[in-house]
Ligand binder design. Structure first.
Ligand SMILES: C=C(C(=O)O)c1ccccc1
Length: 363
């Protein structure tokens, strides 16, 4: 059978196959930002993925940007996630938690004491988010002080340890899609004049400090990192992405992290969005500096995924919407069965409808 559907060693984990469920925000946590029972069903249904990367999960209350997204900073949240990891492990699955801080992509209504969203610089995003009123413009952010940056790094470390306590097999640091870490990396959003801004090294400093501090207490070969070099989602951009990300992926490779998760092209959009970004070069640099595995995402279907593996363009393929709508995606891909039609209206927020009611394949 094709390598895509065969076991694969990732760090000290053996995955049943190389098909990854990409992190998908579904806005279905409770008012305390804890996972609920239908989340257990949803993830358990998809346990045949080689690896599930659970939805982006905020590391602290200040890191929340959308209504009803889960956290990993309270005991109640840890216990909620524990039910999910137990259920996935009962089905012989593997599950990773994506550690998230939205930075400036938030609305004060969602934040402690209606505070301003945190960001590297006080530049409001031309972006919208969901709060109790529906789709709203994001709020004006406040620039982080250096001591606040240091305390956020500690919160990423605590979140990694909480994820371990909750039974996750590994963690992924969310450095993509215009959220906090991405806001530090890119020069459109980072106008700092201290050691966290200006040069590429300075703009990458926060990401690398987060990774280095986590590695002190959590094995590097169980840490992934997600980047989106070419995306402009959430009003993000950079004047020289190839230089920026050549440095970033080389430094991540040196740390021998488990995988580099690359969103190819525009997030949820065209794969050839930004000709300035040479993805093949970035993949080569990650591995030539010691990086272990490349995971790619964005618009893959069966043929594309199989040929990416055959041509050594990726070790693991992450599927987002296909896994949302097909709990048994691996079985369907392997046997070339038709896929369910995703219902966009129920992607974000709501009940079991469009969440746990997508059918398994039956001939
Ligand atoms: C966590 C997200 C990301 O990484 O893009 C997200 C958040 C809200 C809607 C869609 C996606």
């Amino acid at each position: 059978i094709h390598a895509l559907y065969s076991p694969y060693n990732l760090g000290n984990l053996t995955l049943n196959n190389r098909c990854v469920m990409a992190p998908l925000t579904r806005n279905r946590a409770n008012a305390d930002r804890e996972p609920v029972d239908m989340n257990v069903t949803y993830y358990e249904q998809r346990a045949s993925a080689g690896l599930i990367i659970a939805e982006a999960t905020q590391i602290c209350p200040e890191g929340q940007g959308y209504i009803s997204t889960p956290g990993i900073y309270s005991e109640g949240q840890i216990q909620g996630w524990k039910k999910i990891t137990n259920a996935v492990h009962q089905k012989n699955g593997k599950i990773c938690l994506q550690l998230w801080h939205v930075g400036r992509i938030s609305h004060s209504e969602l934040l402690p004491n209606n505070m301003a969203p945190q960001a590297p610089s006080a530049i409001r995003a031309k972006a919208k988010t969901f709060n109790s009123k529906g789709l709203v413009d994001v709020s004006d952010p406040k620039a982080l002080e250096v001591n606040e940056i240091k305390s956020l790094t500690k919160k990423y470390v605590e979140a990694a340890l909480n994820a371990k306590k909750a039974g996750f097999d590994m963690i992924e640091v969310h450095a993509a899609n215009g959220y906090l870490i991405d806001q530090f990396l890119r020069d459109k959003t980072n106008h700092r004049t201290d050691e966290f801004g200006g040069s590429i090294e300075n703009r990458a400093r926060f990401l690398l400090e987060v990774i280095d501090e986590i590695i002190k207490v959590y094995p590097a070969n169980l840490i992934g990192c997600r980047i989106s070099p070419a995306s402009t989602f959430n009003d993000i951009d950079d004047s020289d992405p190839q230089s920026l990300y050549s440095y970033v992926v080389s430094e991540l490779g040196k740390r021998k992290i488990a995988y580099l998760h690359i969103i190819e092209g525009e997030t949820g959009g065209p794969r050839d969005a930004n000709p300035k970004v040479n993805f093949a070069e970035l993949k080569k640099l990650f591995k030539s500096h010691g990086g272990m595995n490349i995971m790619t995402n964005n618009g893959y279907h069966k043929a594309m995924a199989e040929s990416a593996i055959d041509n050594n363009e990726a070790d693991l393929i992450a599927f987002g919407v296909p896994f949302l709508a097909n709990p048994d995606l691996v079985n369907r891909l392997e046997n070339n069965y038709p896929l369910n039609k995703p219902d966009q209206k129920t992607f974000y927020g709501g009940t079991e409808k469009g969440y746990t009611d997508y059918p398994f394949y039956s001939s």
